[in-house]
Design a protein around this ligand. Structure first.
Ligand code: COI
Length: 365
């Protein structure tokens, strides 16, 4: 068994890297999740050997047996974090130990092996070490880092796989919704739930996202960027969007966000916003919030702003909630002041424009 007290990644360099010219063209207009760097990190796991063969290899297709468990029973988890290029050229990431902890939590829920935090962070550092040139430097761009783990044992019995593989891929990225801080409309799903009590809602697993796609299609068909899910039992309480947490802002400046109920994701951005708001002396209520509270609050003026947040989109102002037979909000309304201020505070820390008083940033290269 290989010891990972001091992780060492064997490096196998790509023999066909993207040309510098093509890479520059991509970095000038990266979009989101469309392009990938020249390499990826990989580590194998077996029940007998544990984690072994940590390596950086050329980015490319994976070889999977058609009977691999992930293809049949969706035994898979992932994470999302970012690499930010600071003005002096150095590259940093944000609270990676939180993503590592959530990855371990997701692994527990999906009966996958836990990847130690140090190995999670080292895998990212090793990949950025070889592909630093893929981190763009224009305002609001970054390298989107996607660690994931799949069960790759060839076995059709339904039980936890005895083989798994972990990978990290890197994708240069711009704005998630493609329109910067322009407010988005949200679709309220009344026919579907994202997760139920005891389900996998708190785990970052592909299945949660697969089940959000039909309601997301409904959202798109109704001119909305994202879908909002309510709780599965009473269909009354806010949970989260297809891939983001949600905040309401009261006119007295209080932030409201659904409590971590076991069925929503422990968002790193969510947690950071709560800490920043506390630092500003704002009141934050993490509790159950009904959809009526949102609608009545917007209609009476008590709720003055709404925003969604997540690693990919950071903070996305929401000016409209639509559902079957109802609308709430104003599609013309600009982003709210508190939303913009929290977005600025967070991104100023991430891009090295403001002092990192919380010790959230870790240098990668
Ligand atoms: C993220 O914000 O990293 C997400 O999980 C959203 C999505 C791209 C899956």
């Amino acid at each position: 068994m290989t010891s990972f007290a001091q992780p060492q990644f064997k490096i196998i360099s790509s023999t066909h890297p993207v040309s510098a010219e093509k890479r520059t063209e991509i970095l000038n207009n990266p979009g989101f999740g469309k392009y990938f760097s020249d390499h990826m990190a990989a580590i194998d796991w077996t029940r007998d050997e544990g984690w072994h063969d940590a390596r950086i290899v050329p980015y490319g297709p994976l070889q999977l047996d058609p009977a691999a468990s992930v293809l049949h029973y969706a035994q898979e988890i992932f994470e999302g974090l970012k690499a930010y290029r600071h003005q002096d050229g150095s590259i940093w990431t944000f609270r990676p130990e939180m993503n590592a902890a959530r990855f371990q939590h997701s692994a527990d829920r999906l009966a996958l092996p836990q990847l130690p935090t140090q190995l999670f962070i080292e895998s990212i550092r090793a990949l950025i070490g070889v592909d630093a040139a893929w981190i763009p430097s224009q305002p609001d761009t970054c390298g989107y880092i996607r660690p994931f783990m799949i069960a790759n044992e060839s076995f059709l019995g339904v039980r936890p796989a005895q083989r798994a593989a972990y990978y990290v891929i890197l994708s240069p990225a711009g704005s998630y919704f493609g329109k910067g801080m322009a407010p988005v409309s949200i679709w309220l799903s009344t026919d579907y739930s994202r997760a139920g009590r005891g389900g996998t809602g708190e785990a970052k697993c592909g299945g949660n996202y697969a089940s959000s796609l039909v309601p997301q299609q409904e959202a798109t068909a109704n001119g909305c960027s994202q879908v909002l899910f309510l709780d599965a039992e009473e269909h009354k309480y806010l949970e989260e969007l297809g891939g983001m947490n949600i905040f309401l802002v009261r006119k007295d400046g209080t932030l409201l966000t659904p409590q971590l109920s076991g069925s929503i994701l422990r968002g790193v951005t969510r947690d950071s916003i709560i800490q920043l708001a506390h630092g500003l002396g704002m009141k934050v209520e993490e509790r159950r919030i009904t959809i009526d509270e949102w609608r009545d609050g917007v209609n009476s003026g008590d709720i003055s702003e709404v925003f969604a947040c997540g690693t990919a989109a950071v903070v996305a102002p929401v000016n409209m909630l639509k559902g079957k037979g109802f609308t709430c909000g104003d599609e013309q309304a600009p982003a709210g002041k508190i939303t913009l201020a929290l977005h600025k505070m967070l991104t100023d820390i991430q891009y090295g424009r403001a002092q990192d008083k919380h010790g959230w940033m870790q240098r990668l290269a």
